[in-house]
Design a protein around this ligand. Structure first.
Ligand code: SF4
Ligand code: SF4
Length: 192
């Protein structure tokens, strides 16, 4: 991945289509607006900019509009759009690149809980080698709504534990070291 400069992280309409292409490695200019991505997307009902329009915005250099959209946080990275694209554009990866850029600046207020969930999810994997639901939900709820958020999740969490759906004590993955190494390499790559 190409490096991101301080000027870019400050964010002031400094990104171009070419820059997003460099960072994602995807040829956004090849999109010919067939709409197959949007027609297959299961989350399109909740998006403010449909996936094919995201590509069009990027082609027109309207990167800030896309970075400020709900779409990049509503996308669940299911890859349906990617598998449907006749031009082999990995749209899900483009959206993920935009999400990373947005997270480095200021995430839109209405979408902050999604960004918090991403962080809690990844922290759990980094720590235990796999997701430990109980601690992840507590971390997410606390960062999102403080102690009130934790209280809200408490009854459901206890019920799930009682039914054996989630565990109180995390089990560590035998490949935990390798997982940590993946995070280390990803962090180094991001910093480049
Ligand atoms: S990866 Fe995102 S944009 Fe693509 S189909 Fe899935 S939810 Fe929609
Ligand atoms: S499926 Fe591919 S070519 Fe068609 S609109 Fe989406 S990104 Fe563009």
């Amino acid at each position: 991945m190409a490096s991101v400069t301080v000027r870019e992280t400050a964010g002031a309409g400094l990104y171009s289509r070419k820059r997003i292409e460099e960072m994602s490695g995807e040829k956004i200019s090849a999109c010919f607006q067939c709409e197959k991505c949007s027609n297959g997307c299961p989350m399109v009902f909740a998006m403010d900019i449909q996936p094919h329009r995201v590509m069009h915005c990027l082609q027109l250099g309207l990167v800030e509009e896309v970075l400020n959209s709900d779409t990049i946080w509503v996308c669940v990275s299911c890859q349906t759009c990617t598998t449907r694209c006749p031009n082999d554009i990995d749209i899900a990866h483009v959206v993920d690149t935009l999400r990373q850029l947005s997270a480095r600046r200021q995430v839109k207020e209405s979408q902050k809980s999604v960004a918090v969930f991403h962080t809690a999810f990844l922290s759990s994997i980094k720590r235990f080698g796999r997701v430990h639901e109980a601690s992840m939900v507590v971390s997410y709820a606390f960062q999102n709504e403080g102690i009130t958020g934790v209280r809200k999740q408490l009854n459901l969490g206890l019920e799930m534990m009682r039914k054996g759906k989630i565990k109180l004590v995390p089990s560590r993955l035998w490949a935990g070291k390798q997982v940590k190494e993946i995070f280390r390499k990803a962090g180094r790559k991001r910093a480049q």
